[in-house]
Design a protein around this ligand. Sequence first.
Ligand SMILES: *Cc1c(COP(=O)(O)O)cnc(C)c1O
Length: 357
Amino acid sequence: MNTIDLRSDTVTVPTPEMREAMATAVVGDDVYGEDPTINELEATAAEMLGKEAALFVVSGTMGNLTSVLTHCGRGDEMILGKQSHIFRYEVASAAAYGGIQPNTIPVLPDGTMNLDDIRDNIRGENSHFPTTRLICLENTHGGAVGAPVTAAYVAQVAEIARANHLKLHVDGARLFNAAAALNTPARELVEHADSVSICLSKGLCAPVGSVIVGSREFIHRAHRVRKSLGGGMRQAGILAAAGLIALRQMTQRLHEDHANARLLAEGLAQLPGIDIDLNSVKTNMIFFALKPDAPLSIEELSEQLKVKYNILMRPYSVQDRSVRVVTHYWIRQEHVTAILHALRELLAPNYQRLASD
Ligand SMILES: *Cc1c(COP(=O)(O)O)cnc(C)c1O
């Protein structure tokens, strides 16, 4: 990869080993349950996450939507973070296809929601009210700079859910990043969840796919929902072959991405014109902003990085002059050095001239 692409960990292309496994995968018709590679992927995901069963789905959005539609009926309500992916970035699909009303709560900088806020938003018995059915958490939380959410917090939310006869879904698109950052097995992070969605195609490098896990009974019903959403695939073992490598191997190396994010963040903090909260960098995500005295705007910065250095970053908020950066498998330590060098040239041209004098 000549381009240093920091826009997201979704840009990861499959590794040569994945391509090899895909080429040689044993396949069958998964709609008949006859694709051995899909079956192996689902069994592996269920085992790793400590649940009875699993289901391979096309994307993280389909994983969340399938789960939410399996838990809730029309006119039901789900409680979730206002900064959550499900609420912000999934095209209101739960409302559009399931008639499910979101009841949002602010997400705190640590990726959690206040427990009293959750309790206060659960509807009581009243013929005017929607029925609360579900609480959704996100781990790591993309709306909170990729903050990992602890097993202890998830257990507390699960207790509230159980006491109120609600289900708990965890959007764990980057759950294994949380596991790596907290040094906690992923299965402990979701021990008390009724359903979990994980992405294979973000930091785990697989080209396509997500997996949802839960009880056998939940997955049985989710299977029908997936089919109704058009997610019944045939010889998809070709994709699952990469997914197996993602689960078995790529989950083991995510701490490297976190170390590179940390290295990059510490370098950024040394540069003039950059505002960054080092405490917020906990996994593979960094947000930084340009200070008012920076010599160029956020759009100019990202344009120059692209044109001059082949470095891609995503301007996050033009108003706040902020940028999001995500590290992943294809970003190595030498890239971090190159990124910092480029930023120094753009933000501190005088420093450069002195340094090279
Ligand atoms: C990426 C992501 C998703 C959805 O993934 P897609 O595969 O793009 O549909 C869901 N939740 C979170 C937290 C994500 O980061």
